[in-house]
Unconditional design. Structure first.
Ligand SMILES: Nc1ncnc2c1ncn2[C@@H]1O[C@H](COP(=O)(O)OP(=O)(O)OP(=O)(O)O)[C@@H](O)[C@H]1O
Ligand SMILES: Cc1ncc(CO)c(N)n1
Length: 533
């Protein structure tokens, strides 16, 4: 992937942003510099444009040696630079050319000489797809800047039809609770993908980043829809976490690597319980806490929405606090509560949950065993039936009767673990293993904010808060308390390990939907946008 753009020594925009974005999107990054820009998060100070012949030399140095799969252009800066790039493109036509028609920076500085604007508009006709912001789109179409997404899409539709070039319409510059990227082809709007608007000033370089990642995904063979969905989702995460970088005191950059770091952490092979946790026997509930690292005084144990039933479950709750807190803080749960979770991620989660419930039900049924007290047997057997009923209901309503997706590795390992614990281990171990599915769900439900009825996941969030569900959680906690109390010290230790592992599986189960490489199926078709012709 070759980026032809200006520089930003503060690393947020231009070639620096492009390189970070190309790498994040899975490409090999190359850069040819059009202009050296003295800028930071507050704005542009000075621009030095080397002679266009030197730009041409950089481009030739690349194409004489390297097969270029895709090109992204950003700030071209001057008329001679546009001409040099045009001549090089004539001699080396790439199969994908994404043009970000950079004219004015977010901070309001001119990044293109006024006399070069007409040439830039003309240059855009070479592209596979252009990614103008609202003012740049207006300049392309020679119309006043759009004030609504609908107007912007209309402008893009007219221009795309005339030019035969696709446009990604970005609405970062508009207001409203969502930011939508719409792919408009020569035949009209094809699809759009929306994310929630992040309240942040860390938007320096978002345009560069979007164009570079989009070009990379297209070059990797993604369809336009898949490339735009991937790019929008990745960029949303980068924007949402930009402020934590604490780079600069103006409009800070986005965190291009947030997704990579999250996936890297998720792929760590470290055991979930450390060696210290190999407690062979538990005589007392206090000893159970030795199974996890000593309590960090700053990290309070989250209060339990459904209280423990006695000393054993109190100790389990405290010992599991790291996973419980991580679930409350994880990207999936946060986005679910905020309503910003991509629809595809939610649907993947639901489909996996349906598969999960089928096997979970079998694990519960296995707890209806001779070695369990009579009251507990009835409860587990009833829960097994209810889990099946919920699965059937989910298939019917939320999944619309669609065939469930095949089981993910995370769903499989969680349910294999539950089945092994419930079928092959003593009763207390199986009971402790299934408890987090009750207890941590009630916890997640109680942490959910009251949401308006138009919240996309309102119906789902309401099911967590269902009083009948909380009642069954209370019962499950009670049965595990009894089972732990009645078990031998060595079975208790095994049961506590099972509980802690299941807590961690719960975290993985939520987060897996944000680890899909291909976020899809196809995004919402924009038949809803009526475009005036
Ligand atoms: N506040 C935000 N919340 C979520 N996503 C955002 C936000 N701001 C920008 N984005 C993402 O970045 C993309 C590009 O933003 P924008 O429309 O502001 O482009 P731009 O003006 O070209 O950017 P630049 O700041 O680099 O000039 C948007 O389409 C969207 O995907
Ligand atoms: C080099 C460069 N390209 C693009 C932008 C727009 O953000 C910028 N600030 N700097």
């Amino acid at each position: 992937m070759l980026s032809i753009a200006g520089t930003d020594p503060s690393g947020g925009a231009g070639t620096a942003a492009d390189m970070k974005s190309i790498i994040a999107a899975g490409g090999y990054a190359m850069t040819a510099v059009t202009a050296i820009v003295a800028q930071n998060t507050h704005g542009v100070r000075e621009i030095h444009s080397p002679p266009a012949s030197f730009l041409a030399a950089q481009l030739r140095a690349v194409s004489d040696d390297v097969e270029v799969d895709a090109v992204k252009t950003g700030m071209l800066g001057t008329l001679p630079a546009i001409e040099a790039v045009s001549a090089w493109l004539d001699a080396n036509p790439p199969s994908i050319l994404v043009v970000d028609p950079v004219m004015v920076s977010t901070s309001g500085h001119r990044l293109l000489a006024p006399e070069a604007e007409a040439a830039m508009v003309e240059f855009c006709r070479r592209a596979t797809v252009v990614t103008p912001n609202i003012p740049e789109l207006a300049r392309l179409c020679d119309r006043p800047p759009a004030t609504t997404r609908r107007q912007a899409v209309e402008q893009a539709t007219v221009w795309a039809r005339q030019s035969g070039v696709a446009v990604v319409v970005k609405t970062g510059h508009l207001t409203g609770s969502s930011v939508t990227n719409t792919w408009v082809g020569p035949d009209g709007p094809l699809f759009s993908t929306a994310g929630s608007r992040v309240e942040t000033t860390n938007t320096h370089g978002t345009g560069c980043s979007l164009a570079a990642a989009l070009a990379t995904r297209l070059a990797r063979g993604d369809s336009p829809a898949a490339a735009l969905v991937w790019t929008t989702t990745w960029l949303h995460e980068a924007v949402a976490h930009g402020h934590r970088l604490a780079v600069g005191s103006g409009n800070g950059p986005v965190d291009h690597s947030r997704r990579s770091r999250r996936l890297q952490a998720a792929g760590a092979a470290d055991p979930w319980l450390d060696a210290e946790s190999a407690v062979p026997a538990l005589e007392s509930a206090e000893e159970l806490l030795r199974m996890v690292p000593a309590e960090d005084p700053a990290a309070a144990t989250p209060g339990a929405a459904v209280p423990p039933a006695g000393p054993w479950t109190r100790a389990l709750w405290r010992a599991g606090r790291a996973s419980t807190a991580a679930i409350a803080d994880c990207d999936f749960v946060r986005a679910l509560h905020a309503g910003s979770l991509p629809r595809e991620a939610f649907e993947f989660y639901l489909a996996q949950d349906a598969r999960y419930l089928g096997r979970y039900s079998r694990a519960l049924a296995a707890l209806d065993t001779d070695s369990a007290p009579a009251g507990a047997r009835t409860f587990w057997a009833g829960s097994a039936r209810r889990a099946l009923a919920v699965e059937a209901e989910m298939h019917r309503t939320l999944l619309g009767g669609r065939v469930a997706a095949s089981m993910s590795p995370v769903t499989r390992s969680y349910t294999d673990f539950l089945l092994a614990a419930s079928f092959a281990e003593p009763y207390a171990v199986g009971a402790a293993a299934v408890l987090p599915c009750f207890w941590l769900y009630a916890q997640t439900g109680s942490g959910a904010p009251e949401v308006a009825t138009d919240h996309p996941y309102a119906e789902w969030l309401a099911t967590y808060r269902d009083p009948a569900f909380r009642g069954s959680v209370r019962e499950a906690v009670g049965h595990v308390e009894d089972a732990m109390a009645a078990a031998t010290p060595s079975v208790r230790a095994e049961a506590a390990r099972a509980y802690l592992l299941a807590c961690r599986h719960e975290l993985e189960f939520f987060e897996q939907a944000l680890r899909l490489e291909q976020v899809g199926p196809a995004p919402e078709l924009t038949t809803a946008i009526a475009v005036a012709s």
